[in-house]
Design a protein around this ligand. Sequence first.
Ligand code: DGL
Length: 277
Amino acid sequence: MDNRPIGFFDSGLGGLTCIPPLMKKLPDERIIYFGDTARTPYGSKATTTIKRFSAEIAGFLVKSGVKMIVIACNTVSATCVDELRRRFPQIPILGIIEPAARCVAESCTQEDNIGIIGTKVTIASRAYEAFIAKYNDRLSIYETSCPAFVPLIEEGIIDNDIMDLTIKYYMDDFVRGNSLDTVVLGCTHYPLISANIRRIYPHLRIINPSDIMADTIKRVLGERDMLADAPEKSNVFYASDLSENFVNMIDHILEGESDDARIRFLNFDVENGEEHI
Ligand code: DGL
């Protein structure tokens, strides 16, 4: 048994979509979440930059005493997971791509046409294809990046025509041209627009990696006898630039269960490697 918190991080608020499924499955676990809202989006940045940012955040989470790190970001999972595991060997570090890829490999057939949507970096890495092929190399996989989704979602532009038009701009040809029947939300921001995608393409089966992550966390903690039985809850959500939108999104995603007192502001002094809360 281990009552230390689980650390989650993302470039912004997308990784918050991993939290409700975890709270449902493992209600005794405590969470420290870090959203790098000052430097989002990561998905169009150079890999070296993403590696530097994610090492800083993982270092902060390790110093904060987490028992596990969940990379609640596909872009970081696609590019930095091995390096983060090398740098921080003392705790398990889980990427979000492999469990989702395994679910695709096990639940789809050769008849399916599977689309992966994600950031430029995630799609260029071909990490989904590689992980899916590890479990099933006979599936038809198509990938495309949708770089404008994250900035719009971070701005809270979700429930309106601008978002719907942007979805059609990136996905119409992709879905129809490849006769897709399945789409994987290969960015943790995208579950926030899954209702739009479902409305526009009602025939698509949508695979949401944020939902799948909780089972993997449970299995890994269980295997290591690290599940918590902490009765008191004190989840902490940090942002490198605390925006009103981030706070609203925490409320929206956690369905009003968040509590302002538990939302703290943190700034990285990158040059000195110090953080100021
Ligand atoms: N939510 C992230 C992901 O899953 C990052 C998006 C971004 O910062 O571009 O890839």
